[in-house]
Ligand binder design. Sequence first.
Ligand code: SF4
Length: 461
Amino acid sequence: MQKKYQPTVKEQTFLDSINNTKFDRQIINGLNKFIDGDAPEDMQSFYSAEEIKALAERKGTERDVEARMPVKITRHYFELAKKSAAIQVLVKANINETLDLEGAADPGKQMSYSPVEGLIHKYELGLIYVAITCSAHCRFCYREELIARKKVEQADGSVAPKKLAKIGDLVEYITTHNAEVAAGNGRHPQTGREKLREILMSGGDPMVLSNKKIGAWWAALAEAGIESIRLGTKESAFYPQRFDANFFDMADKFHAAYPGTKIRMVIHFDHPDEFLLKDEDGSYIPDPVGGLLWHPDTKHAVSELGKRNWMTVDNQAPIINGINNDPDALRIMQRELRQNKVENHYFFCGRDIIGHRAFNVPIEEAWRILNESQKGLSGIEAHARLSITHYKGKTEVVAVTDKPLAGVPGTENGFVILKLHRSAEDAPEKGLITIVGRNPEAIWFTDYNDRVIYDAAGLFV
Ligand code: SF4
């Protein structure tokens, strides 16, 4: 039951000052637009007749690709995809996606950490679902269960689609939790958790919401004592025009009203084709002022984000088959992003979502690709680490070697070192490691079940 949320006078003054923009993203929503020939004429050829026939034949069957993940694309992304095989793979439905439907209904067992609707409470961080869609949909999306409105087991054992967070419920949870932590001398008396000081707004993409809605979340979270608000978005790739003057006006007014609450934008570029311009031959174009030439709207969005010293900008992306399992592309992307004040945060191994075998690059191969991509980058450009998200928390793939450890059985073909970055329940577990014997085919932890050598991190318990 939603608690009625009453903004403070200060909040209301801020909210009254926000201007929305009406955007026309020219979105094509659903494969039927292509199947029925209702997509704009120039977009219709995005799928060949054979592709459409094969996809249409699977409609309504258990191999229906849209039952797994709905199709959606903006005009902006379509224009980029016309010139990029890699990012076509990112948005184009493919019958291979449902050949193997193995995977977890709730990757990361997130509902086990959901004390109120729409909140996943881990560490000192809470992740909230505030939107159920994005401007376009990545086929590999690890939130496909939310976006496709699939039913998953809830914390109370019932089975229902994941729900969005509500401001009233969330503010009450945060203030109650933090008051109990303060009374418990820095630890929650029941759960042992610390103060909830950072909230990650996610979904779906929060940037599909209006400025007023985003502002309402930011102000309510700031009033609740949240120190940092993270906003995860792929809008800088799908529709960079969203980062317009009204958005930054709202953001600046928020900062003026709540200078103690910092904004951390976590953007999501998978490939440099999502922001660089190409010449007739398909090559990137040198920028006369240095680096490579960006799409002007994307450049504007990223440089405006980077201008504000109370806002940080980090990029993170999965390494996905056919999209960015390419060291050269990743090298260019990391260099260009860092050059434009975007920190390279994480690259991820794909999660064990339904159908993941169609997308995921083997773990050891993803490590090799990232390592290879960072050759030739400076230390500052090569900050990104490879993470694989265990249900216990983010786990870094630290090293892969084909050399055996003398005298250690199971390492004859080499070994892999994994390090737990965060434990969702217990911060002291940070830094613990696990060593497994190599399995070049492994795409998920379970593929190492039979070759665990050392497991201080408890990843295979
Ligand atoms: S932008 Fe993120 S949440 Fe949206 S479809 Fe892509 S992976 Fe999923």
